[in-house]
Design a protein around this ligand. Sequence first.
Ligand SMILES: *Cc1c(COP(=O)(O)O)cnc(C)c1O
Length: 230
Amino acid sequence: MIKDNLEEVEENIRKACEKAGRDPKEVTLVAVSKTKPVSDVEEAYACGMRDFGENWVQELTEKIPVLPEDIRWHMIGHLQRNKVKYIIDKVAMIHSVDSFRLAEEIQKQAEKKDVQMDILLEVNIAQEESKFGFKAEEVEAAAREISALDRVHIKGLMTSAPFVEDGEENRKYFKAMRELAVDISQKKINNVDMSVLSMGMTADYITAVEEGATMVRVGTAIFGKRNYNK
Ligand SMILES: *Cc1c(COP(=O)(O)O)cnc(C)c1O
């Protein structure tokens, strides 16, 4: 079932790229495996998936040691500063950097472990009360401030658009994200790269790809519905 789902998601990404005149190689599918068992990750891995996303530090630190070493783990959930130390040398990218203080802690822990860390700045593009992330107008200043941290490398922007039934409703937000990334990249800030746009989930990844997403984070469409009560 996971195999069929993956094929369908990949086919949808290909079609969205075709429609938008993009090369599908520009888009990385991150399989969001939160709450799902190790066996599901193994099944997706066997289909060729290498990028997996998780929301919680504890779940990450349980799964990482029992799964293949060539998996690129993406931390996509809200990250508390006191937990950075548990994942700093284990994940490929932290998508959810939403404050300078968090970036500073990433710098501190990266120094301790002698590693470099790629991050994305999380943007609360629809200004939802319930969501983390910088406001669009704060992102450039945050990027400038964080750019001074020599082990922390901004690779782009991330957003979780509002929960909608029809992904089309989020098109305006994906457009705004792309424009923001272009604006900031034109500032040519040292140690700030805007090539990654992490946006689009099960409900809206097709629209996100049409609007320029380079990473889509898809859980439900690959692994099925999540059960949070286990
Ligand atoms: C859970 C989650 C996803 C995946 O959501 P689906 O709707 O299951 O595809 C993507 N991004 C973030 C930040 C998430 O928390």
